[in-house]
Design a protein around this ligand. Structure first.
Ligand code: FES
Ligand SMILES: [Fe+2]
Length: 402
């Protein structure tokens, strides 16, 4: 592939202690000064509209990306010890549980007796001592172990130790829970998977952030149209003119691939302030908005005083479960802080993401079916989309993709 380098080009070797976003800030300043516009490098390209609607293409993405790569399922702080959430992710019924010892477990929500769903899917976390399958009441501990069988004499010789809920390979790093949706897959090495982004998440203190609120909704759009919307800023002062647009400069951003992931900074009205500050005080939240794509399906947006984690879980070529989690540096200390963050969540989740970005993605999904576009044109301000789509394309063409 020529469009995507899988080499990590993030951190220059001669400056190991520099913040990972330092050089991106320098590129933003250069662009604001009118020299060497970072986002305007590279030429135009185009995409085949079939990548968003073709069921065969989607089946390959599901098999190569969504069933093979670790997927971020959320933040551990959402789950107090002794609680669980049931959620279908990419067609796989999951229990994301935290046992009383604090350990996270990602289990298949499928009873080992005759396959019934153990906990009904709901969008909130529930406190549980144990999980009882509604069909015949086999009960399981939150670590998945089989705890009890009613009328156990009917199962002579059964080995309870082998009939716990199937666990998926999972791991927690920087507070984020990842799992591979294939119970046969090997253990996950998250430091290796995150590569250069590991340092960003450490520097930003992701692991210390607290869960504030979450909204999960199915939208009638291909998952990549949502990624696309979060990888370019060309639309920000236009589509979002009535909401967040005024906080941003028009289409000034600097990005780079980080292994198969992506990091970019978007210039805000406050970016020029860094000219009088030492680089150690350049904030990727206050002086710009940093965005990560944790390949393939997580987008993390670093707002000035909180973080939005977006998990995109496709159920079909034209339907995606969109899970927006708001993470804050601390729990709201008082009513004033609670009101402030509640308003921020409402504005961003409903006003911006759902009503503007996702509504547009759904329109595009329907529009593409009409056959109006043979190709979709990407301009020089949409460089991140070229990297992202090259990364997906690599998975589609390489049978041994891992
Ligand atoms: S299917 Fe769950 S107890 Fe029978
Ligand atoms: Fe947007």
């Amino acid at each position: 592939m020529t469009m995507l380098s899988t080499t990590d080009i993030a951190a220059p070797a001669e400056a190991p202690l520099e913040a990972p976003w330092h050089t991106l800030f320098e590129r933003l300043l250069a662009e604001l000064d009118g020299g060497a516009p970072a986002a305007a490098e590279g030429g135009t390209a185009s995409l085949d509209p079939a990548i968003y609607g073709d069921p065969a293409h989607f089946a390959r993405e599901r098999e190569r990306l969504f069933l093979r790569l670790p997927l971020c399922l959320g933040h551990i702080d959402q789950l107090a010890p002794g609680s669980v959430i049931a959620r279908e992710v990419c067609g796989v019924p999951l229990l994301i549980a935290r046992a009383r010892d604090g350990a996270a477990h990602v289990l298949l929500n499928v009873c080992r007796h005759r396959g019934a769903r153990v906990l009904p899917e709901q969008e909130t976390v529930c406190r549980r001592q144990s999980l009882a399958c509604p069909y015949h009441n086999w009960t399981y501990r939150l670590d998945g172990g089989l705890a009890g069988i009613p009328r156990a004499e009917a199962f002579p010789g059964i080995d309870k130790a082998r009939l716990g809920l199937r666990a998926l390979p999972s791991a927690v790093r920087h507070g984020l829970i990842f799992a591979v949706l294939d119970p046969e897959a090997g253990p996950i090495d998250l430091a290796d998977h995150l590569g250069g982004l590991d340092r960003d998440l450490d520097a930003i203190g992701m692991g210390r952030h607290r869960f504030y609120r979450q909204h999960a909704v199915r939208r009638a759009t291909n998952w990549k149209l949502i990624v696309d919307a979060f990888l370019e800023v060309y639309h920000v002062t236009r589509l979002h003119a009535g909401t967040i647009g005024p906080f941003f400069r028009d289409s000034v951003s600097a990005g780079e691939p980080v292994g198969r992931h992506l990091r970019y900074l978007v210039a805000r009205e406050t970016t020029d302030e860094i000219r009088t500050l030492p680089p150690g005080r350049w904030s990727p939240q206050r002086h710009a908005t940093m965005v990560h794509l944790v390949f393939p399906n997580s987008v993390i947006v670093y707002h000035p005083d909180y973080i939005s984690h977006l998990g995109l879980f496709p159920t079909a070529a034209d339907e995606t479960l969109f899970v927006h989690t708001m993470l804050t540096p601390e729990k709201p200390a008082d009513e004033k802080a609670e009101t402030h963050w509640a308003r921020s969540f409402e504005l961003m989740d409903s006003g911006v993401f759902n009503d503007e970005d996702l509504a547009t993605c759904e329109q595009i999904q329907r529009g593409l079916k009409s056959g109006a576009n043979d190709r979709l044109v990407l301009g020089r301000l949409e460089q991140n989309l070229k990297w992202f789509h090259a990364g997906v394309e690599e998975a589609i063409v390489r049978e041994d993709y891992r």
